[in-house]
Design a protein around this ligand. Structure first.
Ligand code: PLP
Length: 430
């Protein structure tokens, strides 16, 4: 094991990690296997994977059906191109399946390898859409502060967490950020959106990109009427609405897609993570019928956008099996019911501990806020943040979850696999 640690330090540059810390300490855990809601490290210590790893292992670990689906497809046709005039059955069937389970008129899919590529693709598609509609000046993408949309060029710029631009600068121009409805009312967040549009000039704005529930921002669940009002503002200014459902899709929030909780229809919807429960990389952009019609009728020549792995047949076969399991095992409903049980558990903790502020869940996406004074909501100062210490203590007790501490927050995030049952929720809460 020591050898593995040394090799890790020497050769493995970890994603979104401190290279310095890695050099000092090496990896804290080297995982060996997964089973249901549990991960096991090389010394066979068990951990409840209360984050579904990266909010993605929705159906839990160790599902042999997905391995079998991949193996069968690989033996038949592991890969072949979807460029130009080529196609294959798994991608066709997956596109049809996703269209059938997604909100109303989202019926055409562009596939990618993951979430960042999905958002970059959505952004390029909306700019292209406006260009062929004779409005090429509609370039600006508005998103929210604290929003996370990925690390490719456009998705880095759309991300509203400044540390992500800090690394290499703003990757693209034409991006701006409005206020998040967190700790404020719908009205003030909507006023900020309107103000941002007016400042940019509505005629220059292509789309508003928003997570229905911000994940990396700290599981920030917006007020019930926020998205509906966002839709009204977008319609009033003729701006397209892109829902980033990369975390929230495929049952995470107790509905197949989170926009269903708000009764809102986006023009485009990006997905990744839960579409394969992380068993194999895959993402995509769903496009509404009216947008698809414009693309069909007015795009001339080649759409110069496509990844080698757009519509990868093996990934598509795994996704089809994953969605079949979600449906057959009623996991979307389970997510809603277990989300309520988790909230009850959080409320019990809040009654016992005088450092717990707001607790919330939507399906199995949840958060516990830590505050100095729950009565006044007074926060801990930046050098006293508690969430990282709690996360360490939980880790030692065999629970993996994630802290969010930037700006003035001190939040513990939860997103357990949506197969979790009541007994396991109680164990997690205990
Ligand atoms: N959008 C959201 C809301 C995400 O949470 C993430 C990843 O965590 C992404 C986009 C980027 O996805 P990926 O890491 O697959 O590129």
């Amino acid at each position: 094991m020591e050898n593995l640690r040394e090799l890790d330090k020497r050769h493995f540059i970890h994603p979104t990690s401190s290279i310095q810390q890695q050099q000092e300490n090496g990896p804290k855990v080297i995982m060996e296997k997964g089973e249901g809601i549990y991960l096991y490290d090389k010394s066979d210590n068990a951990y409840i994977d209360a984050m579904s790893s990266l909010w993605n292992v929705n159906i839990g670990h160790g599902r042999v059906e997905l391995a079998d689906a991949a193996a069968e497809q690989m033996k038949k046709l592991a890969f072949s191109s979807a460029f130009s005039t080529f196609s294959h059955e798994p991608a066709i069937k997956l596109a049809e399946k996703i269209a059938s389970i997604s909100p109303a008129n989202l019926n055409a899919v562009f596939f990618t390898s993951g979430g960042s590529e999905a958002n970059d693709s959505a952004i390029k598609l909306v700019r292209h859409y406006w260009k062929i509609q004779g409005q090429p000046e509609r370039q600006t993408i508005i998103s929210l502060k604290r929003g996370y949309h990925g690390v490719a060029a456009a998705s880095t710029s759309a991300t509203g967490i400044p540390q992500f631009w800090g690394m290499a600068g703003h990757m693209m121009t034409g991006f701006t950020h409005a206020e998040t409805p967190y700790g404020s009312s719908t009205d003030s967040a909507i006023a900020s959106l309107r103000e941002t549009i007016e400042t940019e000039g509505a005629e220059n704005v292509a789309a508003f990109l928003v997570e229905p529930v911000q994940g990396a921002g700290g599981v920030l669940i917006p007020p019930k009427d926020y998205l509906e009002k966002v839709r009204q503002v977008c319609d009033a200014y003729g701006i397209l609405l892109i829902a980033d459902e990369i975390i929230t899709g495929f049952g995470r929030t107790g509905k197949m897609f989170a926009v269903e909780n708000y009764g809102v229809q986006p023009d485009l919807l990006t997905f990744a993570k839960g579409v394969t429960s992380g068993y194999i990389p895959l993402g995509g952009v769903l496009v509404s019928d009216p947008i698809h019609e414009v693309l069909k009728e007015m795009s001339e020549g080649t759409l110069f956008h496509g990844f080698t792995y757009s519509g990868h047949p093996t990934a598509a076969a795994v996704a089809l099996k994953n969605i079949e399991i979600l449906e057959q095992e009623g996991l979307v409903e389970n997510s809603r019911e277990m989300g309520e049980a988790l909230l009850q558990g959080f409320q019990n903790i809040k009654e016992k501990l005088n450092i717990v502020g707001n607790v919330r869940t939507m399906g199995l996406l949840g958060a516990v806020e830590l505050v100095r004074n729950p009565g006044t909501n007074e926060r801990f100062t930046s050098d006293q943040k508690v969430a990282p210490k709690v996360i360490d203590a939980l880790h030692q007790r065999g629970v993996i979850c994630r802290p969010v501490t930037y700006d003035n927050t001190d939040i513990i995030c939860f997103a357990p696999p949506i197969i979790i049952n009541k007994v396991q929720i109680n164990t997690l809460v205990d």
